[in-house]
Ligand binder design. Structure first.
Ligand code: FMN
Length: 207
């Protein structure tokens, strides 16, 4: 039995295009993989620890084996808990909207929490950087108000997510995009959503 972590990075829930896309993936996946577990993580409703001065200080003192305060230790334990929860999954589905050409701040906060040396990547002078989350598939469902071709210089959403997840070890990243959700009007958005849902369902069948 596999555990699928379904990260929802839009706060718009049932109105969100990327979540509609993610949900259609889940619907097909549940039929084709009965017995697997889907853990849904709505990031805007989840309590995430701040990655602030205390957490950064805790990271350096603890990872460098230096003396640390109990306050630092508990700040780092809270970060570790988020990382462990992430790493416990076997497969990943992420629903991510484009905000200001990039990703919503809550998703950025989540990434800043989970991308940590010794946990999700390693570094050595001999081998350089190595991702530690390996052999696990990821599907990313994107939504965008406008339209962005694959090589668009304004796309800091898909390129960023593929880079950061690739950095921590993901080699199998599939994507499905619904766009434009705003610029073409509601009818176009609905048509594009249906097309994207078909693709999401096809990915889900053999995920
Ligand atoms: C804060 C914010 C910033 C946005 N910035 C962009 C943007 O830079 N480019 C774009 O094409 N759409 C942008 N949009 C529109 C969203 O990408 C669009 O509404 C998308 O459908 C949102 O995803 P969701 O429907 O899954 O919540 C923005 C929306 C919000 C709320």
């Amino acid at each position: 039995m596999s555990k699928v972590l379904y990260i929802q990075a839009s706060p718009r829930q049932e109105r969100s295009y990327c979540i509609k896309l993610g949900n259609s993936f889940v619907e097909t996946y549940s039929k084709t993989h009965p017995g697997d577990e889907i853990l849904t993580m709505p990031l805007f409703e989840k309590e995430l620890p701040a990655f602030d001065g205390l957490a950064v200080r805790a990271k350096y003192t603890i990872l460098h084996g230096q003396d640390h305060t109990s306050e630092e230790l508990s700040a780092w334990k809270a970060v570790e808990a988020v990382i462990q929860e992430f790493k416990a999954a076997d497969k990943y589905l992420l629903a991510a909207p484009m905000w200001n050409f990039g990703i919503p701040y809550r998703l950025k906060q989540y990434l800043d929490l989970i991308v940590q040396p010794g946990y999700t990547f390693s570094f050595s002078p001999e081998e350089g950087y190595k991702g530690l989350v390996i052999g696990k598939p990821l599907c990313i469902a994107y939504s965008r108000g406008g339209e962005y071709p694959e090589d668009s210089p304004a796309d800091f959403q898909k390129k960023h997510l593929e880079t950061i997840f690739g950095f921590i070890g993901f080699a199998n990243i599939q994507s499905v995009i619904v766009e434009p959700t705003l610029a073409g009007g509601p009818e176009t958005a609905q048509k594009k959503l249906i097309e994207a849902m078909r693709k999401a369902q096809a990915i889900a069948e053999s995920f």
